[in-house]
Design a protein around this ligand. Structure first.
Ligand SMILES: Nc1nc2c(c(=O)[nH]1)N[C@H]1C(S)=C(S)[C@@H](COP(=O)(O)O)O[C@H]1N2
Ligand SMILES: [Mo]
Length: 317
């Protein structure tokens, strides 16, 4: 049975307590558009609960303070709904989330189509607290709910010839106004090398903050690859395809010299138009807060560094 949509079940007391929380947050200097969102009390209601156990995986729970919910869900990149950070929170609620199916095909022994209930039951749900570093220079700390993508991969039994995996986001002209823009090719496609996709830190996320993913964060399912720039983490996935060649990915095709296929977070490899040495942690002290030093592989080097042994990280940016 499909889970109810949030608009059907958000009880008034949730709205009331959310407003109280927003008032407390008002004392905190939020950054940029996050501040105006919070002040207006705009944005979505809380989502239905999605309980999960704390992950036991090494590296999966940073002790850093999670970014406030209002920023995680109010300051987004989801170009299918527009290029402004507020556009997704305002417009992604139009996406039709049920029924939802994910097609898994390509170089696999068992092509599959999974619906929401299949996805939710595929593996035990874990809470993982990951840093997310956007290539634009800001970062957040997000408590995700989901499980390692490798559980889904093993279901489909990829063939030995499968060397990469592609993720295709939904591209629905009726509900996604951003598709009228040619800033990217649609559907939004991302991809990983098989060993990256099978790494246990690579998360298939179904929720955040103990609740279903809000639409603006990529409901009903998205990938989260915490050691790579945020654009690798494709939202609202409808297809997972196993291939033998490096996929043509949305940002790499749009600006190949600026956005590589690997996109591993690396303070020593600048974007052609700006440095990647530091980052601004959203929700912490506003514009006046000191920038944090960006870490190699976003701080996950101990877990994932081996994947890139012997690779020139400047060449394979
Ligand atoms: N389909 C799709 N996925 C996407 C994007 C997008 O525009 N479309 N933006 C990416 C970028 S640039 C970032 S930083 C993250 C932002 O995720 P968040 O809004 O949940 O923080 O989503 C990524 N996934
Ligand atoms: Mo990003």
């Amino acid at each position: 049975m499909a889970a109810p949509l949030p608009s059907e079940i958000t009880p008034p007391q949730v709205w009331a307590s959310r407003r109280a929380w927003l008032r407390r947050l008002g004392a905190v200097a939020l950054w940029g558009s996050g501040a105006s969102m919070a002040a207006q009390g705009a944005g979505p209601g809380r989502q239905p609960p999605l309980p999960a156990q704390p992950s036991a995986l090494p590296g999966a729970r940073t002790p850093e303070a999670p970014t406030p919910y209002e920023l995680v869900t109010g300051y987004n990149n989801f170009y299918e709904f527009g290029t402004d950070k507020e556009d997704p929170a305002r417009l992604a609620g139009r996406m039709k989330l049920r029924p939802w199916t994910v097609q898994i095909d390509g170089l696999v022994a068992k092509p599959l189509t999974l619906d929401w209930d299949d996805l939710r039951r595929l593996a035990p749900l874990e809470e993982r607290i990951y840093r997310l570093r956007c290539v634009e220079g800001w970062s957040m700390v997000i408590p995700w709910v989901g499980y390692s993508l490798q559980h889904l991969i093993e279901r489909a039994q990829p063939l030995g010839s499968a060397r990469y995996v592609e993720f295709h986001s939904l591209a629905d002209r009726d509900t996604m106004p951003g598709l009228r823009s040619s800033v990217l090719l649609w559907p939004y496609v991302e991809g990983l090398r098989m060993d990256e996709a099978r790494h246990p830190l690579t998360l298939l996320a179904l929720g955040l903050y103990g609740e279903l993913l809000p639409p603006q964060n990529g409901a009903p399912l998205r990938v989260v690859v915490p050691w790579k720039y945020g654009f690798k983490s494709a939202k609202s996935i409808v297809r997972v395809r196993f291939v033998d060649k490096q996929p043509a990915t949305a940002w790499n095709v749009a600006a190949p010299h600026e956005y590589g296929f690997y996109a591993n977070v690396n303070p020593d490899v600048p974007h052609p138009r700006w440095s990647q040495a530091t980052e601004r942690r959203l929700g912490q002290g506003g514009l006046w807060a000191p920038r944090l030093k960006t870490q190699l592989f976003n701080g996950y080097a101990e877990q994932v560094g081996q994947l890139y042994a012997g690779m020139d990280l400047r060449r394979w940016y």
